[in-house]
Design a protein around this ligand. Structure first.
Ligand code: HEC
Length: 178
């Protein structure tokens, strides 16, 4: 038998071998439908990957903020019982640093992700994509980063350069978007 025939014979033997029966599992749970997975798959990455359709401006976001956020975060993003979101004056290197969106957050897309997935604290994931864009715009404007009428959407949001963008060290520098 030639080498080629031997190889073919071996391949055929393997291909024709009876399939091994899969071991019996405990039959717990059920397979997830793709729609159920995509409903949970809402991560937005620093380069903007994952941002949904829709858009909003700071002017539109003011109504959302006043109705759904101000009770905890205070008027204009400061002075409430919850985290200060705007108006930080003390540098991160000072003894009492203000960690607001303007002084601390490295990416605007992460602000959108955080708000959409976890705010308002008492009703997370209740904002529409348009409301999440608008209230993100409102907070970026309150921090002096964008104009009141700048449209914030999947293409404009990742292009915003945050004041503290250079203040973080990447564990994987080759993945740093800019
Ligand atoms: C019921 C009170 C409450 C409401 C309403 C609320 N928040 Fe918050 N928010 C909090 C608390 C408390 C934290 C801190 C949570 C934590 O660090 O895990 C927080 C954290 C945040 C942060 C992160 C702050 C930081 O730098 O760590 C952002 C951004 C934010 N909220 C935005 C919003 C927006 C936008 C709304 C309205 C759509 C909203 N929140 C409504 C209580 C609230």
């Amino acid at each position: 038998m030639s080498m080629r025939d031997l190889t073919l014979a071996l391949l055929l033997t393997v291909a024709n071998a009876p399939a091994q029966a899969a071991p019996e599992g405990p039959r717990l749970g059920q397979p997830l439908e793709p729609a159920a997975i995509s409903a949970q798959d809402i991560t937005v990455f620093p380069d903007g990957t994952g941002l949904p359709p829709g858009q909003g401006t700071a002017a539109e976001g003011k109504a959302v903020y006043d109705a759904k956020c101000a009770a905890c975060h205070g008027p204009n993003g400061a002075g409430g019982s919850a985290e200060e979101l705007a108006g930080g004056k003390n540098a991160l290197t000072s003894a009492e640093p203000d960690k607001t969106i303007g002084t601390y957050w490295p990416y605007a897309s992460t602000v959108f992700d955080f708000i959409r997935r976890s705010m308002p604290l008492d009703a997370p994931r209740s904002l529409s994509n348009g409301e999440a864009y608008a209230v993100t715009a409102y907070l970026l404007h309150a921090n002096g980063i964008i104009g009141e009428r700048d449209p914030i959407n999947a293409s404009t949001l990742p292009k915003i350069r945050m004041p503290n963008a250079a203040g973080f060290v990447w564990a994987y520098p080759e993945r740093q978007p800019r």
